[in-house]
Design a protein around this ligand. Structure first.
Ligand SMILES: [Zn+2]
Length: 200
């Protein structure tokens, strides 16, 4: 038995991350089933399309500009309120706190396409796109980016990540509710289908 476990570990097999798989399945299936169903039953208003487009853009910029270029690579500096705005926008993309995201990204750049790279491209398109976050990673990510913990805005966003994420769902709900009543709940629950902006 012990021998088999060791062999599995050497094969690089990893335990499944059930909460992440559950959340991904819930959000993706509610998007794939709920969006066409709602369109069929009620139809969409211009406000619905505008909210979906604007929030897609904002949360995408939160990841690509905020999480990636600004925090992970320190490509530019900006006033604190701009940093906060980008990190709030990034939290709406449901891709974890910037502390975890950027530590993973630092590990990728330190070990590109090796075993420790979380989105190792040699394991194939689907692994590097999204399958990597369905398994628990045995490597200690925190070591990769100690500087992140010295950044008070990064730590603030990490601490408040869940309420910030929920604010991204509450915002379109409140706008939709004000405009269109309770039907808005579907739209609010369907827009954040995880995209996967994990490229360098
Ligand atoms: Zn990068």
């Amino acid at each position: 038995m012990g021998h088999h476990l060791n062999a599995d570990a050497e094969d690089g097999r990893r335990a499944l991350d059930i909460p992440t798989i559950g959340l991904f399945a819930l959000v993706t299936s509610s998007g794939l089933i709920g969006v066409p169903l709602f369109g069929y039953v009620y139809g969409y208003t211009k406000l619905d399309w505008a909210l979906a487009g604007v929030l897609y853009l904002i949360s995408g910029l939160g990841i690509t500009v905020g999480y990636h270029r600004m925090i992970s690579h320190r490509s530019f500096r900006c006033p604190d309120w701009v940093t906060v705005a980008f990190l709030v926008a990034g939290s709406w993309a449901m891709e974890n706190s910037v502390l975890k995201w950027s530590a993973n990204h630092a590990r990728r750049h330190a070990r590109v396409d090796q075993e420790e790279d979380p989105y190792n491209a040699t394991k194939g398109f689907w692994h590097s796109h999204c399958v990597w976050f369905f398994t628990k990673n045995p490597h200690r990510t925190e070591r990769c980016a100690p500087w992140l913990r010295q950044d008070r805005i990064v730590m603030w966003q990490h601490r408040w990540y869940v309420p910030l994420l929920l604010s991204g769902l509450a915002l379109p709900f409140l706008v939709g509710y004000a405009y269109n009543g309770w039907r808005a709940v579907w739209v609010a629950s369907c827009w954040p289908v995880p995209g996967g902006s994990f490229w360098c």
